[in-house]
Design a protein around this ligand. Sequence first.
Ligand SMILES: [Zn+2]
Length: 461
Amino acid sequence: MRLLGSLILFCVISCSSDGSRGRLNVSDVSSGTALDAADGADSSTGVDGGDQTDVVDGSDGADSGDAATSLDSVDTADAADGGVASDSLDGPSAPSGIVVEDLGTIQATGGTSGTLSFTTPENAVSFSITVEGEDGVFYAVDNLRGPDGVVLAPGSWPTNIANQGGHIVCLICDNRLSSGESAHGVLVPNSPNVSMLPGTWTFSVMSFTVSAGGSAFGAPTVELTDSSYDVRVSFLEPESDAIPSEGVLGLNLWFTGSNGLSAESAQTDERLQAAVLRFIETYASAGITVSPVRYFDLDIGIDTVDSLSGAGNDFEALASATAGADAGVNLIFVEEIVDGSSPLSGFGLILGIAGGIPGPTLGQGTGRSAVLIRTADVPEGAGLEIPANLGNTMAHEAGHYLGLFHSSEQALFGPQLHDPIPDTAENDNQNLMHFNNLGNIISEQQGAVIRSNPWVAPEGE
Ligand SMILES: [Zn+2]
């Protein structure tokens, strides 16, 4: 999530509604210590007020040179179909180099699927697990074990009191992962510290409901629940047997009418096109070609999002409307994002929010199959010129959606946390995934994580 005003940092890590239920105990933890040796040294616990000034950004406008690229990849043919794209991904269609294994529909009782398993082929360089479930239910891949006794996630981590990430983020997992409401994704590996091993892997899925604590600062209550959901695993199997150095990412832009933007007008809107160009340039720096860029209208009567969690929430309604869209990350442009489901709402301005870290892969139309982007201007004095940064917000949230955590979190209530990726410098506010989202630098190892996500089709495979 990208916030302005930055007091709602508990939500930053999750970038989905689950953060809103995590409250403070999550902010304490949000992004990560378990694997990051450097974190041990940082014992600061105070509020980090200095970070707020970082939000001011004057430099984004700089690289707007090659405008031709954005137009090249604009797929105008799709603009007219209002989001009801023809070829459904209900049975996920995978590009070459990506193999999908459907583990079927699970009828879980008592909050667990029981043991599920799959076998990774010799040449697989990553796998992702996607859970598509029910409204109002949280899911978390749990007890993830690989060949040779490798344990990437311990059992029952969402209820393990030793996990400082609460039920939202597993900081005691060797492969950091976050739970998701109604849908959930996991990408392995998401740092070079984790080895991808061929052979048999086992895991379970935990299903639970979360009730807010008695106050904004109260701990949420997690209760295991029965649930029905679909699970699939996809493997990236490039011919090179290595994480591809290049890939292609589709981009679906959905317009609710906010700020006067429609599928048609957005294609000539100066601000939006500058942002799309920024997005394309950012991902190009990591070897990823963003193409095609598709434009859709999404008129379901929601242009201001005022609930992110719980039954019938706006996030879910919008994200579900992407059903049937062609492969790619869905960015939905809305007027404002107000987390009405959080008693702490109003402490900051939410500029964007992603459906998961990562979001569900190789399927559209789940309640988390999207990234929301605010289009309304930021109030005077808030310290940020939105037009220069819209592209950064888009690229940052897509980074979450593809599997990246914040490179550094804001330290508000506890030790500052950092991602598990070694080559992201701590507190580098020019990194795309720094919490304040000022820059658009993607490190080499971050790029490899993104290109491991099956939404990014391996180039030339
Ligand atoms: Zn973020």
